[in-house]
Design a protein around this ligand. Structure first.
Ligand code: SAM
Length: 214
């Protein structure tokens, strides 16, 4: 990988050197050495980042209850509308991924508190970065089954049925009566939903929204 990045960056540098030579500007030997040391350093940093992200992804595969697959963008507004948030709501996205929905909610309702819970490193870092300017957003690197949701008024989840079957009884004990939860696509077979909104039956993702009230 290091060799790959080194060769790729070197070819970019070579191209620029050719252009410089063509216009008569010959770089000194010292400049050339510095340039190639710089290319080697940058290649090394990129390779290390790739390895860290690759390992983090493998760990996440075994460590989380649903993969990082964001809900389709096209249904964001429908999700937000279905949540029925108010200006003083406390909203949780449990397994918030890259916090795309969380940010939209926080931008639309500046008065609310929006909390994203994410266990996997790469989406967690993306979520932190995406919401860095939103003062009403908090991103926690925690497990959705253990995180404190006692103050939640609204919850969104996009998780597999098995995770929902484990999560709902836990939420039932933790959240206040009246807390509204919207689940994208999947439901807890052991619990009757309040309502199921069909969005697009032929889509592979983002087919429906399942609503529960605790
Ligand atoms: C299908 S993605 C949904 C992302 C986001 N909510 C959306 O709809 O765009 C599920 C996310 O939940 C996270 N996740 C799965 N199990 C988790 C757990 N036990 N604790 C915290 N996060 C978890 C995954 O890492 C992944 O980012």
């Amino acid at each position: 990988m290091l060799v790959y990045f080194y060769c790729a960056l070197s070819s970019v540098v070579e191209h620029h050197l050719d252009v410089m030579r063509a216009v008569g500007s010959i770089p000194t030997a010292r400049t050339m050495i510095l340039l190639y040391v710089l290319v080697l350093g940058v290649s090394l940093i990129i390779s290390i980042l790739f390895i860290i992200f690759f390992i983090a992804e493998i760990v996440a595969k075994f460590n989380t209850d649903a993969p990082f697959v964001p809900a389709p963008k096209e249904i964001d507004e429908k999700i937000i509308e279905t949540l029925k948030l108010g200006n003083s709501s406390i909203f949780y996205d449990l397994g918030c991924g890259n916090a795309r929905i969380l940010k939209k909610v926080a931008d639309k309702y500046p008065g609310i508190k929006a909390i994203g819970v994410e266990k996997s490193l790469v989406p967690y870092l993306l979520a932190k970065f995406r919401t860095r300017k939103n003062r009403n957003v908090e991103i926690k690197m925690e497990d959705i089954f253990e995180t404190d949701v006692t103050n939640a008024t609204h919850i969104f989840v996009y998780l597999y049925p098995k995770a929902l079957e484990k999560l709902l009884p836990i939420l039932e004990k933790k959240v206040s009566p009246g807390t509204r939860m919207v689940s994208c696509d999947f439901e807890d077979k052991n619990r009757k939903a309040d309502e199921i909104i069909i969005l697009n039956n032929t889509a592979s993702r983002g087919k429906r929204l399942i609503i529960y009230t605790f």
